[in-house]
Design a protein around this ligand. Sequence first.
Ligand SMILES: Cc1cc2nc3c(=O)[nH]c(=O)nc-3n(C[C@H](O)[C@H](O)[C@H](O)COP(=O)(O)O)c2cc1C
Length: 403
Amino acid sequence: MKKNKILVCLTGGIALYKAASVVRGLVKAGFDLEIIMTATAQKFVAPLTFSSLIKRPVYTDEDWFTAADVLHIKLADWADAVIVIPATADILAKMAGGSADNLVTASLLASRAPKYVIPAMNEKMLTAPATQRNLQQLSADGVKILKPAKGLLAEGYSGYGRLPEPAEILTWLTKQLAVIDKQQDLQGKCVLISAGSTVEPLDPVRYLSNNSTGKMGFSIAQAAQQRGAEVILVAGPNHLALPTGVNYQPVKTAQQMEQKMLEFYPQADFVIMAAAVADFRPMRTAEQKIKKTGLDQLTLELVRNPDILLELGNRKQQQLLVGFAAETQQLLANATAKMQRKKVDLLVANDVSRADVGFGTSQNEVVFLRPQADPQLVSKRSKSAIADKIFDLLLDLDHQRRK
Ligand SMILES: Cc1cc2nc3c(=O)[nH]c(=O)nc-3n(C[C@H](O)[C@H](O)[C@H](O)COP(=O)(O)O)c2cc1C
């Protein structure tokens, strides 16, 4: 069933007049809207503007205290998504603090639906430490925030804090809302994912690592979460924003990653090793920083790290296991050998020597290799589109084996 019920919360900022175009765009796109206005919002634009656009009354605090039912719970439960536009500094503070002192704040607090916030305010209010703290808190709570634009502010000078143009807001919202409309076909599945690189310390300040940024693994985790899975993400050090709603397990070394993967393995249905695990680690980690004094050369002795994918393959029970192969030459031959050795159900092979795809980029081109099947090229596309392809295939395999 299409999820198209949106609760729009309007708060008291000077950019409120622009929200009318956004509301009109959402109505035109076929969304079913309910609107709540704060008392301050009604001082900027009359409710009549918005009720005319949605062809029904908008809610205010007066309705809160006169409605027969508990209006904030009714609206919160009704909505598939909640939008706050323009979001004032005040509403950001109240949302971050869990306030419920009017119909807008109480509905936001009661709602479990995804929330989309579009702030607009003077640059000095936006950059105030308190506002920045509130934005960070909201982001950590899973609220999606559209960054304010730079341009002429109501005060007559240029700066950050402007509400982006309605067309830009509508594009952003449409993209975000398409995600919540995704099929929940991974509901009931536990998906265990490893991501990023591992770091192997040489001494307290130096380490061996590789170029993996974790983007592929994080995209897989986000896709699984959006399709309704319980997601456990074991990740090496990275600079990425945490996908919302996942059980995040940060690790540093290959040995720590192995320990976490084995800990969660028994409960997992689908396991995806997207991490670029260091094959070797220094034999010894110096307790103090290694000094260069008197040294012309330094020889490092390395030992093999655990082969996590091989170990998972050997312990396989109900799990469907996916490995990644990052190759710089003879992609298919090397990847096929790896698939057979590691007993994986799917090997995703990518050529990391190319600059346009692979490590650090947001796109990838891969080949799917499966036992007793022809290689399947998945042409260049976003990493989240590749993640969805992986889950489509895993669900297929899962379905076939249950027949
Ligand atoms: C003329 C005027 C313009 C304002 N513009 C903004 C604004 O653009 N952004 C903002 O965060 N607050 C703005 N404020 C302050 C809010 O209206 C004020 O914080 C109010 O309490 C917000 O209430 P609400 O969040 O419940 O709607 C403005 C106030 C006035 C009087």
